[in-house]
Design a protein around this ligand. Structure first.
Ligand SMILES: *Cc1c(COP(=O)(O)O)cnc(C)c1O
Ligand SMILES: [Zn+2]
Length: 407
């Protein structure tokens, strides 16, 4: 079995690998998986064969004897986006489209690792609170692992495509009278009492899978790093994970710098942006987060401490964008580059545009925006913002007139 430890980022307390623990029993701090990097074989990382998350197995917390619960997660495209770059006024822009994972969001990277760990621990079931994508992802891996799956969704606040996935793949879905933060509070208690494995991003194994976004970006760029990585921030697990991925590559001497980690929140749900700008270590939770970007409608992000560290120590920044800016960016990306994303994902593009206009981002910075989820996750929003299909008789003359008029 591989050498690693589960360690509290605040007080340094360590926990055994077979212990089911999510936050430090000593001080309540977040946990992190720590490897003995001196024992890692570099060749196994830079020359690894295969594709996706498990290609980077040398930097995942499993020995070679473990058989992953996998559905081809990861290995998403990194698109060079010149037309969008020109529209925004920068020179070198890339989009890492995580919407092309098996369930349509980056959550699959974390879930393949988290559910594999759960199976190894011999758990009797898995559960999560979710704004939608976490539940869709957990549902597919639980199905594959043949584990009972329990999902808590905030009532009336989840995009249609995501609910469809969770119920289709056989999760037991509860519609909770409360918001996401309430759902997470309740499911954490449930998991403790019922020996069900919690797979929200407070679970440090989730982040181990998600850090492979950094490995793929670096590898695609020839084991080099972009100047900046921009992504939407909700519970702040993903920005923490990607930062960790780049940090590991730097520790191992594979890359020589870490990109400026730049987190974007919605104007109606921005506790991390507030803490960042006020130079605070701790966030002040927001009681009624509101935004059309439902995947980041979160008032009390669990991974705030890790995310603030990631942005500050990499010279990055946190910024917020309005729902209008998000919608505008979603349309731009869809129509200039052919990349369809859900609203939360477009926050990364909206944030880039705003930071370029503010002069915070230099025009020659090589920038990677991570688009976290697929367009089809939230079809209802599309219907609200786009022109609806035009009804027409089955008559070519009528059609021709309409087409000519529109030209
Ligand atoms: C989960 C999710 C986010 C937020 O990620 P965090 O790790 O919670 O910060 C952003 N966009 C989409 C599409 C998501 O599913
Ligand atoms: Zn601790």
């Amino acid at each position: 079995m591989k050498d690693y430890e589960v360690k509290c980022i605040r007080c340094g307390a360590r926990f055994p690998k077979d212990d089911i623990v999510y936050t430090c029993r000593n001080c309540g701090g977040l946990l992190d998986i720590k490897y003995d990097y001196s024992k890692l074989d570099l060749e196994r990382i830079v020359k690894a064969k295969g594709e996706g998350v498990w290609k980077y197995r040398a930097l995942l917390p499993f020995g070679d004897e473990i058989k992953p619960i996998a559905i081809n997660e990861g290995n998403t495209p990194l698109y060079r986006c010149d037309r969008l770059a020109q529209a925004i006024g920068i020179a070198d822009l890339w989009v890492k489209h995580e919407g092309l994972n098996p369930s349509g969001s980056f959550k699959d990277r974390g879930m393949t690792v988290g559910v594999t760990k759960g199976v190894d621990l011999g758990v009797k079931g898995v559960a999560c609170a979710s704004t939608g994508n976490t539940s869709a992802s957990l549902a597919i891996f639980a199905a594959k692992a043949r584990l009972p799956c329990y999902v808590l969704l905030p009532m009336g606040k989840v995009a249609l495509g995501k609910v469809a996935q969770a119920i289709m793949h056989g999760a037991k879905v509860f519609s909770l009278k409360g918001n996401f933060d309430d759902a997470l509070r309740v499911v954490r208690l449930l998991c403790e009492e019922e020996s069900i494995y919690l797979l929200n991003s407070v679970n440090p194994y989730r982040l181990e899978g998600q850090k492979t976004i950094a490995f793929e970006v670096a590898e695609k760029l020839g084991w080099a790093v972009p100047d900046r990585v921009i992504l939407p921030v909700g519970n702040a697990g993903n920005i923490s994970a990607i930062f960790k991925g780049f940090s590991e590559l730097k520790t191992l001497g594979i890359i020589n710098a870490i990109p400026r980690m730049t987190g974007i929140q919605a104007a109606g749900a921005k506790p991390i942006v507030n803490a960042f700008k006020e130079n605070k270590e701790e966030i002040t939770p927001e009681d009624n987060p509101e935004t059309i970007a439902s995947a980041i409608r979160i008032g009390n992000p669990v991974n705030a401490a890790k995310a603030l560290h990631a942005m500050r120590s990499s010279g990055g920044v946190a910024e917020s964008v309005t729902d209008e800016e998000i919608t505008e960016a979603q349309l731009l990306l869809a129509r200039l580059e052919g990349i369809g994303v859900e609203p939360a994902s477009a926050a990364s593009i909206a944030g880039l545009k705003k930071l370029v206009e503010m002069g915070e981002i230099e025009r020659d910075e090589r920038t990677v925006c991570v688009t976290t989820g697929h367009l089809l996750k939230d079809p209802e929003r599309v219907i609200q913002i786009c022109e609806p299909p035009i009804e027409v008789e089955a008559d070519v003359e009528v059609l021709r007139k309409m087409v000519r008029r529109g030209r």
